[in-house]
Design a protein around this ligand. Sequence first.
Ligand code: NI
Length: 179
Amino acid sequence: MLHKVVRYLNNPVLEKPAELITEFDTPELHQLIEDMFETMYASHGVGLAAPQIDISKRLTVIDISGGEKKEEPDDPEPEQIVLINPEVIGKEGKQTGEEGCLSIPGFREPVSRAKKATVRAQNVKGEWFEITGEDLLARAMQHEIDHLNGILFLSHLSSLKRDLIKRKIRKLQKAGEWE
Ligand code: NI
């Protein structure tokens, strides 16, 4: 089922820390994960966090291929990544690149992140695992885990730039073009 993606400034859920997931392998959790991938692909995103569909839980899905590789079952690379209760446990290096967010459509800005990130998380069964990503995957994991802590990429910009974007969004809201 497709969910509506919540937009920045329309719902406080995006700016509060999400809650730990404590029940695993339930039909509801499997369904939620499936719905999140569906919603993410429909929005042409490479990552989606549960708060973005108004569910304040520590769950995020990532596919940096944007769904292109899910049609290739022979591909050994696991493209669909599910992170439950994730924490970044290691960071290395630095990368700066344009970043956007499905909750802030139309705005892209350069953001500095660690070039390489190691994350510890639980899978749908509740088993802990570690995953290390570089470049876009590292960026996506850091961006999505930020979401679970109520942090948007705007927090990584200068206050000047952030205020400018906020003002533009307020205008769009008033014009009924930000829903
Ligand atoms: Ni985002």
